[in-house]
Design a protein around this ligand. Structure first.
Ligand code: SF4
Length: 399
Protein backbone atom coordinates (compact mmCIF):
# COMPACT_ATOMS: atom_id res chain seq x y z
CA UNK A 1 0.00 0.00 0.00
CA UNK A 2 1.21 3.52 -0.76
CA UNK A 3 2.05 5.73 2.19
CA UNK A 4 -1.12 7.05 3.79
CA UNK A 5 -1.81 10.73 3.19
CA UNK A 6 -2.60 10.89 6.90
CA UNK A 7 1.01 10.09 7.71
CA UNK A 8 2.12 13.19 5.80
CA UNK A 9 -0.55 15.33 7.48
CA UNK A 10 0.65 13.98 10.81
CA UNK A 11 4.14 15.37 10.24
CA UNK A 12 2.71 18.89 10.03
CA UNK A 13 0.51 18.36 13.09
CA UNK A 14 3.45 17.19 15.20
CA UNK A 15 5.63 20.04 13.98
CA UNK A 16 2.96 22.53 15.07
CA UNK A 17 2.52 20.71 18.38
CA UNK A 18 6.21 20.83 19.29
CA UNK A 19 7.09 24.24 17.91
CA UNK A 20 3.92 25.86 19.27
CA UNK A 21 4.38 24.66 22.84
CA UNK A 22 4.51 27.51 25.29
CA UNK A 23 4.46 28.11 29.04
CA UNK A 24 2.69 27.15 31.25
CA UNK A 25 3.68 23.59 30.36
CA UNK A 26 2.77 20.41 32.21
CA UNK A 27 4.45 17.07 31.63
CA UNK A 28 2.20 14.04 31.82
CA UNK A 29 2.40 10.26 31.46
CA UNK A 30 0.77 8.90 28.32
CA UNK A 31 -2.29 7.51 30.12
CA UNK A 32 -2.47 10.29 32.68
CA UNK A 33 -5.13 12.93 33.27
CA UNK A 34 -4.05 15.20 30.39
CA UNK A 35 -7.62 16.52 30.17
CA UNK A 36 -7.35 18.23 33.56
CA UNK A 37 -4.05 19.83 32.60
CA UNK A 38 -5.36 21.07 29.26
CA UNK A 39 -8.55 22.40 30.83
CA UNK A 40 -6.46 24.29 33.41
CA UNK A 41 -4.62 25.99 30.54
CA UNK A 42 -1.35 24.05 30.37
CA UNK A 43 0.24 22.91 27.14
CA UNK A 44 1.00 19.24 27.71
CA UNK A 45 4.24 17.41 26.90
CA UNK A 46 4.65 13.61 27.12
CA UNK A 47 8.13 12.29 27.96
CA UNK A 48 7.19 8.77 26.77
CA UNK A 49 6.63 10.18 23.31
CA UNK A 50 10.15 11.61 23.52
CA UNK A 51 11.41 8.18 24.64
CA UNK A 52 9.77 6.57 21.60
CA UNK A 53 11.34 9.22 19.38
CA UNK A 54 14.75 8.46 20.86
CA UNK A 55 14.14 4.80 20.05
CA UNK A 56 12.77 5.33 16.55
CA UNK A 57 15.62 7.68 15.63
CA UNK A 58 18.15 5.18 17.08
CA UNK A 59 19.66 7.97 19.15
CA UNK A 60 18.95 5.98 22.31
CA UNK A 61 22.04 3.79 21.99
CA UNK A 62 24.19 6.86 22.49
CA UNK A 63 22.29 8.13 25.54
CA UNK A 64 21.41 5.00 27.52
CA UNK A 65 25.01 4.39 28.75
CA UNK A 66 25.11 7.94 30.16
CA UNK A 67 22.10 7.17 32.37
CA UNK A 68 23.77 3.92 33.47
CA UNK A 69 26.76 5.98 34.65
CA UNK A 70 24.35 8.05 36.72
CA UNK A 71 23.26 4.91 38.55
CA UNK A 72 20.19 3.98 36.51
CA UNK A 73 20.34 0.22 35.98
CA UNK A 74 20.69 -1.30 32.51
CA UNK A 75 17.58 -3.44 33.02
CA UNK A 76 15.11 -0.69 33.90
CA UNK A 77 12.80 1.08 31.44
CA UNK A 78 14.83 2.18 28.41
CA UNK A 79 12.47 5.12 27.79
CA UNK A 80 13.68 6.34 31.16
CA UNK A 81 17.39 5.63 30.59
CA UNK A 82 17.37 7.02 27.03
CA UNK A 83 15.50 10.15 28.11
CA UNK A 84 17.62 10.84 31.20
CA UNK A 85 20.82 10.08 29.24
CA UNK A 86 19.82 12.52 26.49
CA UNK A 87 19.06 15.18 29.11
CA UNK A 88 22.44 14.69 30.79
CA UNK A 89 24.16 14.98 27.43
CA UNK A 90 22.07 18.09 26.67
CA UNK A 91 20.69 16.69 23.42
CA UNK A 92 17.30 15.88 21.92
CA UNK A 93 16.15 14.74 18.47
CA UNK A 94 13.69 17.67 18.66
CA UNK A 95 16.63 19.92 17.71
CA UNK A 96 17.25 18.19 14.40
CA UNK A 97 13.58 17.62 13.57
CA UNK A 98 11.97 20.86 14.77
CA UNK A 99 14.86 23.19 15.55
CA UNK A 100 14.08 23.21 19.29
CA UNK A 101 16.96 23.92 21.65
CA UNK A 102 15.75 21.45 24.24
CA UNK A 103 12.75 19.58 25.53
CA UNK A 104 10.00 21.90 26.86
CA UNK A 105 10.63 23.23 30.37
CA UNK A 106 7.90 22.10 32.76
CA UNK A 107 5.90 24.23 35.19
CA UNK A 108 4.27 21.09 36.61
CA UNK A 109 5.17 17.40 36.25
CA UNK A 110 2.38 14.83 36.61
CA UNK A 111 2.61 11.05 36.50
CA UNK A 112 0.17 8.22 36.96
CA UNK A 113 1.45 4.85 38.19
CA UNK A 114 -1.42 3.06 36.42
CA UNK A 115 1.26 1.80 34.03
CA UNK A 116 4.31 1.32 36.27
CA UNK A 117 6.26 2.76 39.19
CA UNK A 118 9.17 3.58 36.85
CA UNK A 119 7.40 6.77 35.78
CA UNK A 120 7.62 8.02 39.37
CA UNK A 121 11.42 7.61 39.38
CA UNK A 122 11.71 9.09 35.90
CA UNK A 123 9.53 12.14 36.48
CA UNK A 124 10.95 12.81 39.94
CA UNK A 125 14.43 12.96 38.36
CA UNK A 126 13.23 15.82 36.19
CA UNK A 127 11.42 17.44 39.10
CA UNK A 128 14.81 17.68 40.84
CA UNK A 129 16.61 18.84 37.71
CA UNK A 130 14.12 21.64 36.98
CA UNK A 131 13.21 22.31 40.62
CA UNK A 132 9.63 21.82 39.46
CA UNK A 133 6.60 20.56 41.44
CA UNK A 134 5.83 16.88 40.80
CA UNK A 135 2.39 15.38 41.40
CA UNK A 136 1.86 11.60 41.38
CA UNK A 137 -1.43 9.75 40.99
CA UNK A 138 -1.28 6.30 42.55
CA UNK A 139 -4.35 4.26 41.58
CA UNK A 140 -5.02 0.74 42.87
CA UNK A 141 -3.01 -1.62 40.66
CA UNK A 142 -3.57 -4.89 38.77
CA UNK A 143 -7.31 -5.04 39.35
CA UNK A 144 -9.52 -7.89 38.18
CA UNK A 145 -12.65 -5.85 38.93
CA UNK A 146 -12.81 -2.09 39.44
CA UNK A 147 -14.98 -1.21 42.41
CA UNK A 148 -16.55 2.17 43.19
CA UNK A 149 -14.08 2.56 46.08
CA UNK A 150 -11.20 2.26 43.58
CA UNK A 151 -12.68 5.00 41.41
CA UNK A 152 -13.41 7.21 44.45
CA UNK A 153 -9.80 6.81 45.55
CA UNK A 154 -8.57 8.17 42.21
CA UNK A 155 -11.18 10.96 42.09
CA UNK A 156 -9.82 12.29 45.40
CA UNK A 157 -6.32 12.34 43.91
CA UNK A 158 -7.54 14.10 40.74
CA UNK A 159 -9.18 16.78 42.91
CA UNK A 160 -5.84 17.31 44.68
CA UNK A 161 -4.15 17.66 41.31
CA UNK A 162 -6.68 20.31 40.30
CA UNK A 163 -5.86 22.31 43.45
CA UNK A 164 -2.11 22.10 42.72
CA UNK A 165 -2.67 23.06 39.07
CA UNK A 166 -4.92 25.99 40.01
CA UNK A 167 -2.22 27.37 42.31
CA UNK A 168 0.34 27.28 39.49
CA UNK A 169 -2.01 28.72 36.87
CA UNK A 170 -3.40 31.28 39.29
CA UNK A 171 -7.08 30.75 38.55
CA UNK A 172 -9.75 28.12 39.18
CA UNK A 173 -10.50 25.29 36.76
CA UNK A 174 -13.49 26.05 34.55
CA UNK A 175 -15.80 22.98 34.90
CA UNK A 176 -17.23 23.56 31.41
CA UNK A 177 -13.76 23.58 29.90
CA UNK A 178 -13.03 20.28 31.61
CA UNK A 179 -16.27 18.73 30.29
CA UNK A 180 -15.48 19.95 26.81
CA UNK A 181 -11.93 18.56 26.96
CA UNK A 182 -13.21 15.19 28.14
CA UNK A 183 -15.79 15.24 25.33
CA UNK A 184 -13.04 15.87 22.79
CA UNK A 185 -10.93 13.09 24.32
CA UNK A 186 -13.87 10.73 24.08
CA UNK A 187 -14.58 11.67 20.48
CA UNK A 188 -10.90 11.39 19.48
CA UNK A 189 -10.56 8.07 21.24
CA UNK A 190 -13.68 6.64 19.58
CA UNK A 191 -12.40 7.70 16.16
CA UNK A 192 -9.04 6.11 16.98
CA UNK A 193 -10.94 2.93 17.84
CA UNK A 194 -12.69 3.08 14.46
CA UNK A 195 -9.37 3.63 12.71
CA UNK A 196 -7.97 0.51 14.39
CA UNK A 197 -11.18 -1.38 13.67
CA UNK A 198 -10.74 -0.99 9.91
CA UNK A 199 -8.21 -3.81 10.33
CA UNK A 200 -11.05 -6.21 11.17
CA UNK A 201 -11.47 -6.21 7.39
CA UNK A 202 -9.43 -8.74 5.47
CA UNK A 203 -7.14 -7.66 3.92
CA UNK A 204 -6.40 -5.14 6.66
CA UNK A 205 -5.82 -1.59 5.38
CA UNK A 206 -3.38 -0.84 8.19
CA UNK A 207 -1.07 -2.82 10.42
CA UNK A 208 0.21 -2.47 13.95
CA UNK A 209 3.29 -0.73 12.54
CA UNK A 210 1.17 1.94 10.81
CA UNK A 211 -0.77 2.25 14.06
CA UNK A 212 2.45 2.98 15.98
CA UNK A 213 2.96 6.05 13.78
CA UNK A 214 -0.70 7.13 13.57
CA UNK A 215 -1.25 6.89 17.31
CA UNK A 216 0.77 10.05 18.11
CA UNK A 217 -2.23 12.44 18.27
CA UNK A 218 -4.30 10.25 20.59
CA UNK A 219 -1.35 10.34 22.98
CA UNK A 220 -0.05 13.91 22.69
CA UNK A 221 -3.15 15.79 21.47
CA UNK A 222 -5.91 13.89 23.27
CA UNK A 223 -8.64 16.36 24.27
CA UNK A 224 -8.17 18.69 21.29
CA UNK A 225 -10.13 19.32 18.10
CA UNK A 226 -6.90 18.72 16.11
CA UNK A 227 -6.89 15.11 17.29
CA UNK A 228 -10.56 14.61 16.41
CA UNK A 229 -10.15 16.10 12.93
CA UNK A 230 -7.04 14.04 12.23
CA UNK A 231 -8.68 10.70 13.01
CA UNK A 232 -11.81 11.64 11.09
CA UNK A 233 -9.67 12.15 7.97
CA UNK A 234 -7.59 9.07 8.63
CA UNK A 235 -10.71 6.97 9.02
CA UNK A 236 -12.14 8.23 5.72
CA UNK A 237 -8.87 7.39 3.98
CA UNK A 238 -8.75 3.89 5.46
CA UNK A 239 -12.40 3.26 4.63
CA UNK A 240 -11.52 3.98 1.00
CA UNK A 241 -8.90 1.24 1.14
CA UNK A 242 -11.47 -1.12 2.67
CA UNK A 243 -13.98 -0.27 -0.08
CA UNK A 244 -11.33 -1.04 -2.70
CA UNK A 245 -10.33 -4.20 -0.85
CA UNK A 246 -6.77 -2.93 -0.73
CA UNK A 247 -4.59 -4.28 2.08
CA UNK A 248 -1.50 -2.85 3.75
CA UNK A 249 0.17 -6.19 3.03
CA UNK A 250 -0.23 -7.64 -0.44
CA UNK A 251 -1.78 -11.10 -0.58
CA UNK A 252 -2.58 -11.24 3.15
CA UNK A 253 -2.62 -14.87 4.25
CA UNK A 254 -2.04 -14.71 7.99
CA UNK A 255 -3.40 -12.34 10.64
CA UNK A 256 -1.51 -11.71 13.87
CA UNK A 257 -2.18 -10.16 17.27
CA UNK A 258 0.79 -8.29 18.80
CA UNK A 259 1.18 -8.15 22.55
CA UNK A 260 3.53 -5.78 24.33
CA UNK A 261 5.60 -2.77 23.38
CA UNK A 262 6.72 -1.88 19.86
CA UNK A 263 10.43 -2.24 19.07
CA UNK A 264 10.76 1.42 18.10
CA UNK A 265 14.17 1.11 16.45
CA UNK A 266 13.05 -1.85 14.33
CA UNK A 267 9.54 -0.86 13.21
CA UNK A 268 10.52 -0.88 9.54
CA UNK A 269 12.47 -4.16 9.81
CA UNK A 270 9.54 -5.92 11.50
CA UNK A 271 6.95 -4.37 9.22
CA UNK A 272 8.87 -5.64 6.19
CA UNK A 273 9.46 -9.05 7.75
CA UNK A 274 5.74 -9.63 8.23
CA UNK A 275 4.87 -8.17 4.80
CA UNK A 276 7.42 -10.42 3.06
CA UNK A 277 5.65 -13.35 4.69
CA UNK A 278 2.15 -12.22 3.57
CA UNK A 279 1.24 -11.53 7.19
CA UNK A 280 -0.67 -8.59 8.65
CA UNK A 281 -0.30 -7.68 12.29
CA UNK A 282 -3.89 -6.51 12.62
CA UNK A 283 -4.39 -5.84 16.32
CA UNK A 284 -2.41 -5.08 19.45
CA UNK A 285 -2.78 -4.44 23.12
CA UNK A 286 -0.53 -1.41 22.73
CA UNK A 287 -2.48 0.66 20.17
CA UNK A 288 -5.73 -0.25 21.91
CA UNK A 289 -4.46 1.25 25.17
CA UNK A 290 -5.64 4.68 24.03
CA UNK A 291 -9.19 3.53 23.31
CA UNK A 292 -11.17 5.00 26.19
CA UNK A 293 -14.81 3.94 26.01
CA UNK A 294 -15.68 5.33 29.41
CA UNK A 295 -14.97 9.06 29.20
CA UNK A 296 -18.16 10.94 30.00
CA UNK A 297 -18.32 14.76 29.80
CA UNK A 298 -21.23 14.73 32.26
CA UNK A 299 -19.04 13.01 34.86
CA UNK A 300 -15.53 14.11 33.88
CA UNK A 301 -13.62 13.23 37.04
CA UNK A 302 -15.37 9.93 37.79
CA UNK A 303 -15.17 8.77 34.20
CA UNK A 304 -11.51 9.73 33.88
CA UNK A 305 -10.71 8.02 37.16
CA UNK A 306 -12.40 4.86 35.88
CA UNK A 307 -10.98 5.00 32.35
CA UNK A 308 -7.38 5.55 33.45
CA UNK A 309 -7.60 2.81 36.07
CA UNK A 310 -9.21 0.44 33.57
CA UNK A 311 -6.31 0.42 31.09
CA UNK A 312 -5.00 -3.00 30.07
CA UNK A 313 -1.61 -2.65 31.75
CA UNK A 314 -3.30 -1.90 35.08
CA UNK A 315 -5.57 -4.95 35.05
CA UNK A 316 -5.19 -8.40 36.63
CA UNK A 317 -4.18 -11.39 34.54
CA UNK A 318 -7.73 -12.76 34.23
CA UNK A 319 -9.07 -9.41 33.07
CA UNK A 320 -6.17 -9.16 30.61
CA UNK A 321 -6.96 -12.60 29.24
CA UNK A 322 -10.59 -11.59 28.66
CA UNK A 323 -9.54 -8.36 26.92
CA UNK A 324 -7.14 -10.29 24.67
CA UNK A 325 -9.74 -12.91 23.82
CA UNK A 326 -12.19 -10.20 22.76
CA UNK A 327 -9.70 -8.45 20.51
CA UNK A 328 -8.41 -11.69 18.98
CA UNK A 329 -11.94 -12.78 18.18
CA UNK A 330 -12.98 -9.39 16.79
CA UNK A 331 -9.95 -9.15 14.52
CA UNK A 332 -10.08 -12.85 13.51
CA UNK A 333 -6.40 -13.55 14.14
CA UNK A 334 -4.56 -16.77 13.36
CA UNK A 335 -1.73 -16.31 15.85
CA UNK A 336 -0.38 -14.11 18.63
CA UNK A 337 3.13 -12.73 18.97
CA UNK A 338 4.32 -11.73 22.45
CA UNK A 339 7.15 -9.21 22.62
CA UNK A 340 9.12 -9.88 25.78
CA UNK A 341 10.58 -6.40 26.16
CA UNK A 342 13.51 -6.79 28.49
CA UNK A 343 13.38 -3.39 30.14
CA UNK A 344 9.60 -3.22 30.55
CA UNK A 345 8.27 -6.17 32.46
CA UNK A 346 5.12 -4.11 33.09
CA UNK A 347 4.07 -4.42 29.49
CA UNK A 348 5.59 -7.84 28.72
CA UNK A 349 2.89 -10.44 29.23
CA UNK A 350 4.74 -13.60 28.31
CA UNK A 351 6.60 -14.16 31.56
CA UNK A 352 3.92 -15.71 33.76
CA UNK A 353 2.26 -18.25 31.47
CA UNK A 354 -0.28 -15.96 29.79
CA UNK A 355 0.52 -17.12 26.21
CA UNK A 356 -0.27 -20.71 27.26
CA UNK A 357 -3.55 -19.64 28.85
CA UNK A 358 -4.43 -17.64 25.73
CA UNK A 359 -3.82 -20.76 23.65
CA UNK A 360 -5.93 -22.93 25.97
CA UNK A 361 -8.77 -20.39 25.98
CA UNK A 362 -8.82 -19.61 22.26
CA UNK A 363 -6.94 -22.36 20.40
CA UNK A 364 -4.80 -19.57 18.91
CA UNK A 365 -1.10 -20.39 18.63
CA UNK A 366 1.38 -18.03 20.26
CA UNK A 367 5.08 -17.28 20.10
CA UNK A 368 7.30 -15.05 22.23
CA UNK A 369 10.46 -13.27 21.22
CA UNK A 370 12.98 -11.23 23.19
CA UNK A 371 13.52 -7.59 22.41
CA UNK A 372 13.07 -4.14 23.83
CA UNK A 373 11.13 -0.96 23.26
CA UNK A 374 14.25 1.17 22.80
CA UNK A 375 17.42 -0.65 23.89
CA UNK A 376 18.45 -2.65 20.82
CA UNK A 377 21.15 -4.55 22.73
CA UNK A 378 18.29 -6.86 23.66
CA UNK A 379 17.09 -7.42 20.09
CA UNK A 380 18.60 -9.73 17.47
CA UNK A 381 17.49 -9.30 13.84
CA UNK A 382 18.56 -12.86 12.94
CA UNK A 383 17.01 -14.68 15.88
CA UNK A 384 13.78 -12.70 15.63
CA UNK A 385 13.49 -13.34 11.90
CA UNK A 386 14.04 -17.08 12.34
CA UNK A 387 11.54 -17.31 15.18
CA UNK A 388 8.79 -15.27 13.56
CA UNK A 389 9.16 -16.81 10.09
CA UNK A 390 9.03 -20.33 11.53
CA UNK A 391 5.89 -19.38 13.46
CA UNK A 392 4.23 -17.88 10.38
CA UNK A 393 5.09 -20.99 8.34
CA UNK A 394 3.40 -23.14 10.99
CA UNK A 395 0.30 -20.95 10.92
CA UNK A 396 0.15 -21.13 7.11
CA UNK A 397 0.53 -24.91 7.21
CA UNK A 398 -2.24 -25.19 9.80
CA UNK A 399 -4.61 -23.15 7.64
S1 SF4 B 1 5.20 0.99 31.08
FE1 SF4 B 1 7.20 0.17 30.60
S2 SF4 B 1 7.93 1.36 28.88
FE2 SF4 B 1 6.25 2.52 29.80
S3 SF4 B 1 7.25 3.91 31.22
FE3 SF4 B 1 6.68 2.08 32.37
S4 SF4 B 1 8.49 0.73 32.34
FE4 SF4 B 1 8.73 2.32 30.74
Amino acid sequence: MAQLKSQLILKGILKDYFTGMKSPIAWCTSAGPAEILRALGFDVYFPENHGALLGASRAAEKYIPRAHKEGYDSEICSYLTADIGAWLMKETPLTKIYGLESIPKPDLIVFNTNQCREVAEWFNFFGREYDCPVFGIFPPRHLEEIAKADVDNVVVQLKRLITVGEEIIGKPLDPEKLSETVRLSFEGSQLWKEVLSTATHSPAPLTFFDGCILMAPIVVLRGTQICVDFYRETLAELNDFVAKNEGAVSNEQVRIYWDGMPVWGRLRFLSQLFAENQTSVVASTYCNSWVFDDFDPQKPLESMAFAYTNIFINRGENAKLEMMKNIMETFKVDGAVFHNSKTCFNNANSRFGLPKRVNEATGIDTVSFDGDLVDLRFFSDGQTRTKLETFIEQLKFKK
